[in-house]
Design a binder for this molecule. Structure first.
Ligand SMILES: Cc1ncc(COP(=O)(O)O)c(C=O)c1O
Length: 361
């Protein structure tokens, strides 16, 4: 006999919610969750393994609760004059975002973002008992300074999540919008730069805005450009006082000794780990150009994926690609689908499969 959720004394504010659930299907070509589909290079994998082996010898003890060496490594990677005291990390940037919301959102507070945006934001907000408030974007998903400021003034949120570039649309976010939103807001402003490494090399990061803005945090992840999604490592940079707030809500020893060792070794090899970024960007641009030629208007993307329109029946096209062994993502935007840039062969498999379906409206 099994009970249903309705039989349990669940929190009222969680009733009716659906968990995050991107399909995990064992298809030959998986381009649905914006992973880096290139494996960790062999030389780096063996370096990481050596460090994990050393960490394993002390695994009877709790790990460094402050993960100091890892924070120093992230500070070094990010530059911008940041130090270990500016850095926080977690098991994926989802956990880092959760820490922020546990500290600064919660019951009676609001969390705001410009929709459509990363699907976990509402869930993370609601998980802390806060209310998610969805702002709007232009039909091309861009946001202007004036409109951003007007929406922030109208909703007066406790926490603002700016996804830059935005998932699931790929849209870049000018730093002027971040600055204006910060000035207009009384609450916390988070810039989620999960895909920043795929942006043009000369595009500035919101890290350059941190100095003198104690309510601002910039989050990053090793899941995308670093090809480290399975290791679960995300991080952020902010004022040291902001980091102190996160210490109040984290579980003790939340980053395992093995995770810390793996991440430190991966960061030591950052140039090799990031070696595939240019190739991924060129596959992304190839996807954009080919989709255009096939009659599926693509949206401008600074990330490792492309959102495209012109899909008469997204569920049917998604299924037809699935049946051809290609997994992409139906993000729930009418007439649109999203695809991750894969290896050259995976990208070709997707483009050929889509062309053979031929259902552009
Ligand atoms: C915008 C954005 N932020 C954060 C994440 C979470 O990444 P992770 O928890 O793997 O670091 C994702 C993953 O897809 C994302 O798209």
């Amino acid at each position: 006999m099994t009970a249903s959720l309705d039989d349990l004394p669940l929190r009222d504010d969680l009733r009716g919610l659906r968990p995050y659930g991107a399909p995990q299907a064992p298809l030959p070509v998986a381009l649905n969750v914006n992973e880096n589909t290139h494996p960790v290079p062999e030389s780096v994998a063996s370096d990481i393994l050596d460090d994990i082996a050393v960490a394993l010898r002390d695994v009877n003890r709790y790990p460094d609760r402050e993960f100091t060496e890892l924070r120093e490594a992230f500070a070094g990677y990010l530059g911008h004059g940041l130090e270990a005291s500016n850095i926080w990390a977690g098991n994926g940037s989802n956990e880092v975002l959760q820490h922020i919301l546990q500290a600064f959102a919660g019951p009676g507070r609001t969390v705001f973002g410009f929709a459509p945006t990363y699907s976990m934001y509402p869930l993370l907000a609601q998980g802390t008992g806060a209310t998610w408030v969805a702002g709007t974007r232009h039909p091309d998903y861009e946001i202007t300074v004036d409109e951003a400021v007007a929406q922030v003034r109208e909703h007066d949120p406790d926490v603002i999540l700016l996804c830059a570039p935005n998932n699931p649309t790929g849209t870049p976010l000018p730093l002027e919008v971040v600055e204006a939103v910060y000035d207009a807001a009384r609450g916390i402003v988070i810039v989620d730069e999960a895909y920043q490494e795929f942006a043009p090399k000369d595009s500035p990061s919101a890290l350059s805005l941190l100095d003198g803005r104690p309510r601002l945090a910039v989050s990053r992840t090793m899941s995308k450009a670093f090809a480290f999604a399975g290791a679960r490592v995300g991080y952020l940079a902010a004022d040291p006082a902001f980091i102190d707030a996160l210490r109040l809500v984290r579980l003790p020893y939340h980053l395992s000794a093995l995770t810390q060792a793996a991440a430190i070794a991966a960061l030591r090899n950052a140039p090799i780990m990031l070696g595939m970024v240019d190739e991924i960007v060129s596959q992304r641009d190839r996807i954009t150009a080919t989709l255009e030629a096939l009659g599926y208007p693509p949206h401008r993307s600074w990330s490792n994926f492309v959102l495209f329109g012109g899909v008469t029946d997204p569920a049917a096209t998604w299924r037809a690609l699935y049946d051809k062994g290609v997994l992409i993502r139906d993000v729930g935007i009418p007439n649109h689908l999203r695809v991750t840039a894969g290896t050259e062969a995976e990208t070709t498999a997707f483009l050929d499969a889509l062309a053979s379906i031929g259902s552009a409206s």
